[in-house]
Write a protein that binds this ligand. Structure first.
Ligand code: TYD
Length: 208
């Protein structure tokens, strides 16, 4: 690793509880039990001011060409990694992030059919920054908890929820050393405990 920090990403389909689990993990890592660490909690899209404008553009009600959509996510990511994530990792913080490159690989690459080029686009956008640990929160499609009316993206990708789920699982099984798949179906506290167990083990290897 070229930096002293640690980069943790949550991935998974819509409604599996990523945002809640990211927040709980960040709270725990900041607590004495979790090592009283310097933690930066962030997300894509929308982890910067520019990113929040891009996020609004992405929620555009009308048609957005898949390549335009992919480039908007990549633009958000390039700016976010350079201005938030890398500086935090370089000062030694733990970055806990909701979604990253794998969301583009699965949503744009698989569901929108743009294929492997998406991986190359994201690698260019991030100058190759790869998470130290990716936690895939996995739940069957019928167990997802979707709130409110679906936005454009949820409407367009909702019927592919099964493909999305499988897409994340396939990425995890291709690189088991860098991924953990956590069952997202239990109560929030149970899932949070499972996440902590994984993170504790991985950080102990790094701290030791
Ligand atoms: P998210 O912020 O997780 O959803 P919510 O609005 O419910 O908090 O993600 C917004 C949407 O963007 C989600 O449907 C997944 C999609 N997405 C992509 O299609 N590609 C990407 O690269 C990323 C990061 C997100």
């Amino acid at each position: 690793m070229a930096y002293p920090g640690f980069f943790i990403v949550f991935e998974g389909g819509d409604g599996v509880g990523k945002s809640t689990q990211a927040r709980l993990l960040a709270e725990w890592l900041r607590s004495d039990d979790g090592g009283a660490r310097d933690v930066v909690e962030t997300r894509e899209p929308g982890g910067t001011e520019l990113g929040r404008e891009i996020r609004e553009a992405l929620q555009h009600g009308g048609h957005v060409e898949p390549r335009a959509e992919a480039l908007l996510y990549a633009a958000d990511r390039a700016h976010h990694v350079a201005t938030v994530v890398r500086p935090a990792l370089e000062r030694g913080a733990v970055v806990v992030q909701d979604r990253y490159v794998d969301s583009s690989k699965v949503y744009q690459g698989l569901v929108r059919g743009l294929g492997d080029e998406i991986g190359r686009l994201s690698a260019w956008a991030t100058e190759g920054l790869v998470p130290d640990l990716t936690i895939v929160l996995d739940a069957p499609v019928e167990a997802r908890r979707l709130e409110g009316d679906p936005d454009r993206l949820e409407r367009e990708t909702g019927e592919k929820a099964g493909d999305l789920r499988q897409g994340f699982l396939d990425l995890a099984s291709a690189e088991p050393g860098r991924y953990a798949v956590v069952d997202g179906r239990g109560a929030v506290g149970e899932v949070a405990a499972a996440v902590r167990t994984v993170v504790e083990a991985v950080l102990a290897r790094g701290d030791g």
